[in-house]
Design a protein around this ligand. Structure first.
Ligand SMILES: [Zn+2]
Length: 255
């Protein structure tokens, strides 16, 4: 056995037992244990980790620990304060795609309403989620830290919030997505593209109040549901505006 000292930063502390949060602590490690093994043995999924420093040098998940090593572990997008740098970009670098686990159906619908391609099925098994993530380059969304420990999952977000709206805001803020949202471009039921459709073509299917007040309509290619800029639309716009506003204040603070 060897003994190494660990310190976890920011929200990674949520995964630790209370007496280990926000401070250094020493733990015995098996001879030649890797950083990945020890970090996960302490309760932190490897997908949540952005940067590991051992004795002030950046190392990978396969680094083998030695007697007296001092290990600092930083979360995604918080490492060395990169968040303000990401947030000041005019355009995000890419638009991520997601696969949500079986407990996050409401979050999946909100992400689809915002235009983010999100696969979800409440019958998904862990192995299937990992396969989909690897095959399609999708980010796994889950509140199950055991799922994120699967070696085949390279990109995952542990969702801390419990309520769907807060979960949505957590993902939007963490991945800096507010500017890449395309509300009502995807069907919230099928995750399939929505296409503009003439009002005349859907007139007889509309409730009277919608017929009077709305002019722009889209329809899902798969389920043929028709959508318009109603209350869901307004709520989504409000959430995205709130996130952009939070971004602006973060920039001010970082300057
Ligand atoms: Zn549909």
């Amino acid at each position: 056995m060897v003994t190494a000292t660990f310190r976890f930063y920011e929200e990674l502390n949520d995964f630790l037992s209370a007496e280990r949060r926000r401070q250094e602590f020493s733990v015995p490690c098996a001879e030649a244990a890797t950083t990945k093994h020890m970090i996960e043995a302490l309760g932190v999924p490897h997908t949540e980790v952005e940067l590991i420093l051992v004795n002030d040098e950046s190392v990978g998940f396969d680094h083998r620990l030695r007697e007296g090593d001092r290990v600092a572990v930083y979360p995604k997008f918080e490492a060395l304060d990169v968040t303000p740098l990401l947030r000041v970009r005019e355009q995000p670098l890419r638009t991520p795609r997601f696969v949500a686990d079986a407990h996050l159906g409401a979050l999946a619908r909100l992400l689809r309403i915002a235009g983010f391609d999100t696969l979800y099925d409440n019958r998904y098994q862990d192995r299937e989620i990992a396969d989909i993530a690897g095959r399609d380059d999708r980010i796994v969304l889950t509140r199950d830290r055991e799922l994120l420990k699967l070696r085949s999952i390279t990109h995952g977000c542990y969702v801390h919030a419990v309520k769907p709206t807060q979960q949505f805001m957590e993902i939007i803020d963490r991945l800096d997505l507010a500017r890449s949202a395309r509300p009502f471009s995807l069907c919230l039921v099928c995750n399939a593209p929505l296409r503009s459709i003439e009002k005349a073509a859907v007139l007889e299917r509309l409730p009277a109040s919608v017929r009077d007040q709305q002019e722009r309509f889209t329809r899902c290619d798969v389920c043929h549901r028709v959508f318009w800029e109603g209350s869901h639309w307004r709520r989504m716009q409000a959430l995205l505006t709130e996130s952009l506003h939070a971004d602006t204040s973060a920039q001010v603070v970082s300057q």
